[in-house]
Ligand binder design. Sequence first.
Ligand code: GLU
Length: 288
Amino acid sequence: MTYRGRFAPSPTGQLHFGSLVAAVGSWLCARHAGGQWLVRVEDIDPPREVPGAAAGILATLAAFGLVADEPPLFQSTRLAAYDAAFEQLRAAGRVFPCSCSRSELAAGGGIHRDGQCLAAAHADRVPAWRLRVPDVEVTFDDALQGPQHENLRETVGDFVIRRADGFYSYQLACVVDDAFQQITEVVRGQDLLESTARQIWLRGCLGLPAVRYRHLPLVLDAQGNKLSKTAHAWPIDPAEPTPALRRALAFLRQPLPDTVIGVGGLLAHALAGFDPAVMPHCSGNSVA
Ligand code: GLU
C-alpha cells in the first residue's frame, strides 16, 4: 500500500514554529517513503476559528515549499460523512445523549463512566452525545514514542463525539477523514498522543482501517512551555522562510547544508539525507 501522510492544522491562528516542525516532519516521512503528503484544514469548530487563518496557513505552507499532492481537504465540507458515522454509531447502540453539567460530572472526577446520562431530568438541555467506553486497554506502538497503553475508561471515560452545540468532536472528524484520505501514517505533535487511544478505539467502532502513528516531540519555549498558537509564540515569516525552515530541520536533527540556499534546496537536501531514526524523542528547546 502506498504511504499517505498528512498535516492537519486547525485554523485557530497562524502557523507557528511548533506546527511548522509537525508539517516538515510529516512531509519528510511521506516523501522519504515515496508516498503522498496531504493537507487537511480542520475547520469544524467555528467558535474557535480565526477569520483568514486557513488561507494564511495554506499560503505559509506554500512559502515553505511544502506542496501537497492533492487539493486541501476542508473538514467543513465533510459534515455529511460525520453525520453518517454518527448514525452508524447510534444504530449500533454505541453512543448515548448526555445532558450532564460540569458540576454533575464533578462527582466522578469530571469523567463519565456509566454508559448512560445521569441527568435524565434535564429535558430542556440539548444533549451532547458520548461514546460508551468499556473497561479495556488500548495498546499501540508509536514509531517514535514506543509502546503505549491506555485504559480509556480510567483516563477519559465515555467521551463526547458530538457536542451540545451540534458540532462534531475533533476525534470523530479526524478518524473519519484519516480513513477517507486513506492515511497510512499519522505524523503529528506529541500533544496529540493523548488523543490517539480514543481515535484507535473509535476507528474500531466504525470498522475503519488502522493507521500507524509517529508523534514528534514538542518545541518548548525558554520557560519549558509548549509553543501554542494562542500564546503568540514565535510567529514565522512566510516572506523570509529560510531561517525558520533551517531551525525546524535542526530541531528534527536532520542534515543542513553549509551553503546558503532557499527552501526548495533545503528540503531537497534534508530529504536526500533523511533518517527518521535520528528524529528526537523528547520535547525540548529549539536550537537556532
Ligand atoms: N488539528 C489538530 C491541531 O491543529 C491536529 C490534528 C491531527 O494532526 O490529528 O492540533
